[in-house]
Design a protein around this ligand. Structure first.
Ligand code: ATP
Ligand code: MG
Length: 347
């Protein structure tokens, strides 16, 4: 069976000007990003702010403003069709239909002047051709499925009458209304407090398991990765630097950047973590040195160093890193590292 989603060498830039000189330049925000997603599978793109996670997701969906954004290369095969080359009306039909989307801030995605029931009903009318009364009835069922009490009454509320967590539940109901084969979620829980975050992640899992949807999740939070996906791709400065199964990647990161993210994973104090977590973290520290937080920030596209983009922050940097960009290569050392790739001269 073919893959559900195959992203091949996706490169996206923004028309920009060189700081200082004012010369026009192409800021390459995403460079040669490739990943695949099986039907029903789940993959997280993770990395710090400015790594290119949202640009990747938005370009799949044709949602980047162009100009300034420009597709510089690559293909995105969804159910066999290249989404980057679909005519706008066909792409529109996919969005909200076979592809559901959830974004970080529900207030920007929900329409403030429409009742939430009408908003959840809309994709059913547009994509399934339901009559409005029938769609509204299904919308109320969906609001119940995402855990809203009194869904009949809530359906008549406007978004501002709901809490942040409830609004995110409404977004999930909308995104899942047409039982999409792919759900794309960009930082869906970042604006929520930790306990609500967990509930929303559990809800997303239940909803997508019942619909058989695959998940492409974008987050900067490794706890979200651990809770929501089977596969992870770590992005740094527009490129994937490591990818593989979530368990192995978090337990034994290959790339110094991933190791830095793992070692600086906040949230729980040592005493609250399981013995296994503590052991793993000690192992990572023994191998990669203590990185309580990675110093510095992700360089913007026009300020990336030569060679490996992480070389300016890497505790294990050596000469070759500053001169040559390492390729992303699959690991070949046996079963434990099956399905893992890393972009580092040390591997
Ligand atoms: N509309 C735009 N015009 C110009 N540059 C942009 C635009 N959108 C994004 N960029 C640039 O592309 C790069 C990647 O941004 P992106 O939004 O994908 O980061 P991200 O990984 O999603 O970060 P965050 O965690 O903050 O959401 C950044 O350097 C950003 O400045
Ligand atoms: Mg983003």
């Amino acid at each position: 069976m073919p893959m559900l989603l195959q992203v091949e060498n996706l490169s996206v830039g923004f028309r920009s000007v060189q700081p200082g000189t004012g010369t026009p330049r192409m800021a390459r925000a995403v460079e040669e990003v490739s990943f695949c997603l099986d039907r029903g599978g789940s993959l997280c793109l993770v990395g710090e702010s400015g790594c290119g996670k949202s640009v990747t997701a938005l370009s799949l969906l044709g949602l980047l403003p162009s100009p300034p954004a420009r597709l510089l290369g690559g293909r995105v095969l969804f159910e066999g069709e290249d989404m980057l080359r679909l005519p706008p009306e066909k792409l529109n039909r996919l969005r909200g239909g076979r592809i559901g989307m959830i974004f970080q801030e529900p207030m920007t995605s929900l329409n403030p002047v429409l009742k939430v029931g009408e908003q959840v009903a809309e994709p059913l009318i547009v994509h399934f051709g339901m009559r409005p009364a029938e769609a509204l009835k299904r919308a109320v069922e969906l609001l119940a499925e995402v855990g809203l009490n009194n869904p009949d009454r809530r359906a008549a509320d406007y978004p501002h009458q709901l809490s942040g967590g409830m609004r995110q539940r409404v977004m999930i109901a909308m995104a899942m209304a047409c039982r999409p084969s792919l759900l794309i979620a960009d930082e869906p829980t970042t604006a929520l407090d930790v306990s609500v975050q967990g509930q929303i992640l559990d809800l997303m899992r239940e909803m997508r398991e019942s619909a058989g949807s695959a998940l492409l999740m974008i987050t900067h939070d490794l706890d979200v990765v651990a809770r929501s996906a089977d596969q992870v791709a770590v992005m740094y400065a527009g490129r994937i630097v490591e990818s593989g199964p979530v368990g192995a990647t978090l337990a034994d990161p290959l790339h110094p950047y991933t190791a830095g993210l793992v070692a600086s994973r906040p949230r729980l104090g040592w005493e609250q973590r399981s013995g296994l977590d503590v052991m793993r973290a000690k192992l990572v520290q023994a191998r990669h040195g203590r990185l309580s937080a990675i110093p510095g920030t992700v360089p913007p596209p026009l300020e990336r160093p030569d060679g490996c983009a992480f070389s300016t922050r890497c505790p294990q940097v050596f000469d070759r890193c500053r001169a040559e960009m390492p390729p992303l290569l699959p690991l070949t050392d046996g079963k434990v590292n099956e399905g893992r790739s890393c972009r580092c001269w040390l591997r």
